[in-house]
Structures are given as structure tokens and as C-alpha cells.
Design a protein around this ligand. Structure first.
Ligand SMILES: Cc1cc2nc3c(=O)[nH]c(=O)nc-3n(C[C@H](O)[C@H](O)[C@H](O)COP(=O)(O)OP(=O)(O)OC[C@H]3O[C@@H](n4cnc5c(N)ncnc54)[C@H](O)[C@@H]3O)c2cc1C
Length: 353
């Protein structure tokens, strides 16, 4: 089956949906193809509000703030008050004040509210879920237009294609037109996937017991498995939660037990029995990091964050028809939601003008 659209967006994360929103407002037809069975990409919520991907935005991130206001999403300040727990091989220490968190803003109902709301304002049928893009090439009879092929054998002819997924994943998983510049291929393949080597662990409790003990819920550990810990409770302290990041290689079968032991060492016996312990290994997400083991290793090994926002991403390729829009391609805030929105803005501007 063959379809036609003005703009085809690969990926329904925040960048892809923001491009689609801008293109619709510019009165052009747009289709978003999303491999997963959900929108949001690295914005992911468990239950009503637990963030398993992005958690915060920060002062000066005006695109994010504007979107929050547009959709009437309530926000609240990151909990900051109290002392920090620090752990190294010599043991655990309590350090005065919060040495880990900076003032930041949380999304009531989770960061995925952004992508829920963006998807909801797009015309019905714009986003196709469970639709894996395999190739972006040139059509033999279509002149310069691009042809997108999906794993289920469907094709779309589009004037513009937006790659709204991590560049290294696009290079590994999508066959891109043969005349794509070699320099662009090289840079995209080597660009790290932001947080692609990270495991996020969330421990949910009945109450934020650490607060009443004068602790901020903030921690740093040189022992692990969690290297950095933060309070991730809801606006009024409910649900009460701590979250931490662990490097992906530390994921083992007993990770849950090791995390519980660590939380007890750092926050005391009340941390022993979280009502829920959720482990989200982003390194195992084939729609976030390249699926091929060798390519995955290469990307995980690539720590060259200077490639973020590289000049090759700032102008469309293939005669102005192939655009980049993931957070990794942002100049101002790469890695952040704000960066994904900035990249989306750049891609939409190039398409609409
Ligand atoms: C654990 C964690 C914590 C974070 N914390 C923060 C934070 O606190 N604040 C902050 O600002 N940012 C944070 N980030 C980063 C933030 O989540 C990202 O910057 C942002 O979500 C990226 O959006 P994106 O649209 O660029 O990419 P993605 O969200 O990765 O979207 C890409 C989309 O493309 C889809 N896709 C992939 N391959 C294909 C294919 N072949 N065909 C079709 N679709 C495909 C994917 O399924 C996905 O939906 C965090 C990220 C993680 C993982």
C-alpha cells in the first residue's frame, strides 16, 4: 500500500510530536510513524505519575514552560530541603545541606503529560503506533520526493521526512538514501544517545520518611549500584518515591536486592521495603539505542558529547528534504526536553519556510 503526505515524521517522542504540531499549524499534511505501541519515547510514565524517563525541566527552558502553560499542565518544585547522604568504600556519611539537587520543576502527572497533550491536539489518524520505519530513500518516479518504507511493507511518499529519533539509532536501524553525505553518516553514527546507557530505578514508599528525618532524599554513591539518588515524590509528597540512576553494565539479576540494600545503608531501615521497585533499563530499549550489539557497544562507548548539536544537523540534507529533530541534534539544550523542542522548531521552520 502506498500513501502520500507532505511531511512524514519518524518517531512520536516529544521532538517528533512537536514537529507534527507545528506542521499542522502551518496547514500542511503530516503523518507520524512510531515504532512503539505508545507515544512519548524517552518520556515514560508508570501508573498515574511515576517518571521512568525524564523528570524535570529547569529555569530558562522557555519552550518547555510555554508548552506546559499551553496545555494547562500543573507543575511543582523539586523537593530540595535537607541533608545529603554520601557513600564510598569507607562507609556512609550525612553531609549538611542538599549538595545534589538544583532548583528544578516537576510535571504533575509526569513528563509524559507533554506528549499525551501534543498527541491529543493532532488531527485524528496523524500518529500511527506500532509502525517501524525501515528505509528512507528516493522514489524512482517521484523526482526529489522521499519514499519511506515500513517493516510491514507499506510506503509513504513525502516532500519532507523528519528523523525525530537518536541519530545513531537512525543510522543503525533505518536504511537511508545512498546519497546521504558521508560526513553526516559518520557524525550521526558516532553521536551518543542521551541517557542510552542508563538504568533508572524508582522506589515507592507509603510516605517520604526521609523528609521527617531532615534528609532531602538526595544521595551520591561511589559504591552503587545507584550512583545518584533524588526525591521523586508527588506534589504533596504522595506518592512518596526515591529514584536513582545506575550505569547499564551494573544491571544484574539481583539488581533489586542490591538497590534495597543500598537504600537501607543510605536512608536507614525504613527504606528496606518499598511498596514498589521499578527498574527501567534504557540500554535495553531497542527503540532508543541501536539494536545491533556491536553498534550498541560503539554508541555506548562513544562519549563524544561535542557531537551534540553538530553543524551537520542544523541544515536539511537530500536537497532540503531530510531533517533531524531529536534532542541530540539541539544546539542550545541537547539531552533535555527543551533541546528536543528546539530541534523540532528548527526542523519545522525549515519545512514551512
Ligand atoms: C532516564 C532518563 C532521564 C531523563 N531525565 C531528563 C530530565 O529530567 N529532563 C530533561 O529535560 N530530559 C531528560 N531526559 C532526556 C529526555 O527524555 C529526552 O531529551 C527527550 O525525551 C528526547 O525526545 P526525542 O523526541 O528527541 O527522542 P525520543 O523520546 O527518544 O523519541 C524517539 C522516538 O522514535 C521512535 N523510533 C525509534 N526508532 C524508530 C523507527 N525505526 N521507526 C519509527 N519510530 C522509531 C521511538 O520509539 C521514540 O518514540 C532523560 C532521559 C532519560 C532516558
Amino acid at each position: 500500500m502506498r500513501f502520500e503526505t507532505d511531511v512524514l515524521v519518524v518517531g512520536a517522542g516529544v521532538s517528533g510530536l512537536a514537529v507534527a504540531d507545528a506542521v499542522v499549524r502551518g496547514r500542511r499534511r503530516v503523518t507520524v510513524l512510531e515504532a512503539r505501541g505508545r507515544t512519548g519515547g524517552r518520556l515514560l510514565r508508570e501508573g498515574a505519575s511515576l517518571d521512568l524517563g525524564a523528570t524535570w525541566f529547569w529555569g530558562g527552558e522557555e519552550r518547555t514552560r510555554a508548552m506546559v502553560q499551553r496545555f494547562g499542565i500543573s507543575t511543582f518544585a523539586q523537593y530540595l530541603e535537607g541533608d545529603t547522604m554520601y557513600e564510598d568504600h569507607r562507609g556512609v556519611q550525612r553531609l549538611r545541606g542538599n549538595l545534589v539537587d538544583v532548583p528544578a520543576v516537576r510535571f504533575d502527572g509526569g513528563a509524559a503529560r507533554l506528549t499525551d497533550e501534543l498527541a491529543a491536539v493532532l488531527p485524528e489518524g496523524t500518529v500511527e503506533l506500532g509502525c517501524v520505519v525501515e528505509a528512507v530513500g528516493r522514489g524512482e518516479v517521484d523526482g526529489d520526493a522521499l519514499v519511506v518504507t515500513t517493516a510491514d511493507g507499506r510506503t509513504w511518499r513525502a516532500d519532507h521526512v523528519v528523523l525525530a529519533l537518536p541519530p545513531a539509532l537512525a543510522m543503525a536501524a533505518i536504511r537511508l538514501a545512498g546519497d546521504l553525505p558521508a560526513e553526516l553518516r559518520r557524525i550521526a553514527t558516532a553521536t551518543p544517545v542521551w541517557m542510552g546507557d542508563t538504568v533508572k530505578v524508582v522506589a515507592v514508599y507509603d510516605e517520604p520518611f526521609w523528609r521527617s528525618e531532615g534528609l532531602a532524599g538526595a544521595g551520591v554513591s561511589r559504591v552503587g549500584p545507584l550512583r545518584e539518588i533524588h526525591d521523586m515524590s508527588g506534589a504533596d509528597g504522595r506518592p512518596a518515591a526515591l529514584f536513582g540512576f545506575a550505569p547499564a553494565p551494573s544491571v544484574e539479576l539481583d539488581l533489586g536486592d542490591r538497590v534495597r540494600e543500598q537504600l537501607v545503608r543510605m536512608f536507614g531501615p525504613r527504606a528496606a521495603r518499598p511498596g514498589e521497585l521499578v527498574v527501567q533499563n534504557w540500554n535495553a530499549e531497542v527503540w532508543t539505542v541501536p539494536p545491533h550489539p556491536d553498534a550498541g557497544a560503539a554508541v555506548a562507548a562513544s562519549r563524544d558529547f561535542t557531537l551534540f548539536g553538530h553543524s551537520v544537523y542544523q541544515h536539511p540534507a537530500l536537497h532540503g528534504r531530510l531533517h533531524w529533530a531529536s534532542t541530540e541534534t539541539s544546539r542550545s539544550h541537547p539531552g533535555h526536553i527543551e533541546g528536543a523542542l528546539e530541534a523540532a522548531e528548527r526542523a519545522a521552520r525549515a519545512i514551512l519556510t
